[in-house]
Design a protein around this ligand. Structure first.
Ligand code: NAD
Length: 321
């Protein structure tokens, strides 16, 4: 038996946002029904960064993402984040594939933002604001474009050239885009925050009734993008309660005692199952995304099946079988 090796070039051939959103919907439903296995992420912490393991099992596939974060890697000409995925067959444990997983992470994160907004944002949402215009902003935009008739995109980044580049990307999809201040960017229907910030970037007074926020950037202890007062007047939907309490947008407010775990309105899975909904046009809804291992296994299995069908990748006999 052979193990399939897939590089980032191979993976890109199979990344399709519509399919990824649908796959995420299926994964989050199974998560809410308790039909997945997903032990907590496990970390190795170093002076200059960290490595984390994210195992999960979904249906007939299991797998693990092994991913680093080394913010000073630019000094060595290397990316901050480099992820590798090992996909196994649940029946035998055989490693079916080893694949590059950084782009996979960006896609599954974007797709889940689109999915959350589909259920939580007002249906007539047409102006989207982006605070932070790095990698995650691109796939968040691609996913929202699948779900909404976007009329205008507003973009803010502390690095103006990143915001300009992102706006060019938006325009290349035929949608109007403008670089604006953080305050102006928040005058929108759906706000997407994708910064690595450790202090609030979005002020309470900028957030109007009826808005939906995809809070993507905070995915570890101490990270925070939104003023805590926003959390107190919003319906907070998390991807996973334990992860969100530990390192999601709500982690700082919880550790300060401003918010309690019981204040979480729902998980995304519960929303998809129809157990919880946006109750009024005036509700402010927040999707607190931390990134789940089930999202990775779901997308890795989809990519693996496509690559096998289309004979893409390099097959190697790891065990001399
Ligand atoms: P990136 O480095 O590509 O982009 C981050 C952008 O934020 C940069 O353009 C930077 O200039 C900008 N920025 C930094 N501080 C800012 C501030 N105070 N105000 C405005 N802009 C600011 O990183 P990325 O891959 O897009 O990741 C962004 C964040 O999302 C990180 O914190 C990362 O850990 C997190 N993330 C979350 C998930 C998830 O599943 N929730 C998945 C991947 C990444």
């Amino acid at each position: 038996m052979k193990t399939l090796i897939l590089t980032c070039k191979d993976i890109r051939k199979f990344l399709n946002m519509r399919e990824t959103i649908d796959k995420m919907e299926e994964a989050f439903k199974l998560h809410a029904l308790g039909k997945v296995q997903m032990p907590p992420k496990s970390y190795l912490i170093f002076d200059k960064g960290d490595l984390r393991a994210m195992p999960a099992c979904l249906g007939k596939y299991a797998g693990i993402k092994w991913v680093n974060s080394h913010p000073e890697n630019y000094k060595f000409g290397l990316p901050t984040v480099m992820a590798v995925y090992i996909l196994n067959d649940v029946k035998t444990g055989f490693p079916l594939a080893i694949m590059e997983a950084s782009e996979l992470t960006n896609y599954r994160t974007g797709a889940t933002g689109g999915l959350a907004a589909k259920y939580l944002a007002r249906k007539d949402s047409e102006v989207i604001g982006f605070i932070g215009c790095g990698r995650q902003a691109y796939t968040q935009f691609l996913a929202l474009k699948e779900e909404f008739e976007i009329k205008e995109v507003k973009a803010y980044d502390i690095n103006e050239s990143s915001a300009k580049k992102f706006v060019e990307f938006v325009k290349s999809h035929g949608i109007e885009g403008k670089v604006m201040s953080a305050k102006e960017t928040c005058q929108c229907d759906i706000l997407v925050t994708t910064t690595p910030s450790r202090k609030p970037v979005v002020k309470d007074e900028w957030i109007k009734e009826g808005m939906h926020i995809n809070a993507i950037g905070a995915d570890g202890p101490g990270k925070q993008e939104l003023d805590e007062k926003i959390l107190l007047r919003a319906k907070i939907v998390v991807d996973d309660i334990e992860q969100a309490v530990h390192g999601g947008e709500i982690n700082v407010a919880i550790s300060k005692g401003l918010l309690r775990r019981e204040d979480i309105y729902a998980t995304l899975g519960e929303v998809i199952l129809g157990k919880k909904v946006r109750e009024s046009e005036k509700d402010i809804t927040i999707f607190d995304s931390t990134g789940l291992a089930i999202q990775d296994v779901a997308l890795a299995s989809l990519i693996y099946e496509k690559a096998k069908r289309e004979n893409v990748g390099l097959e190697i006999d790891l065990f001399n079988l």
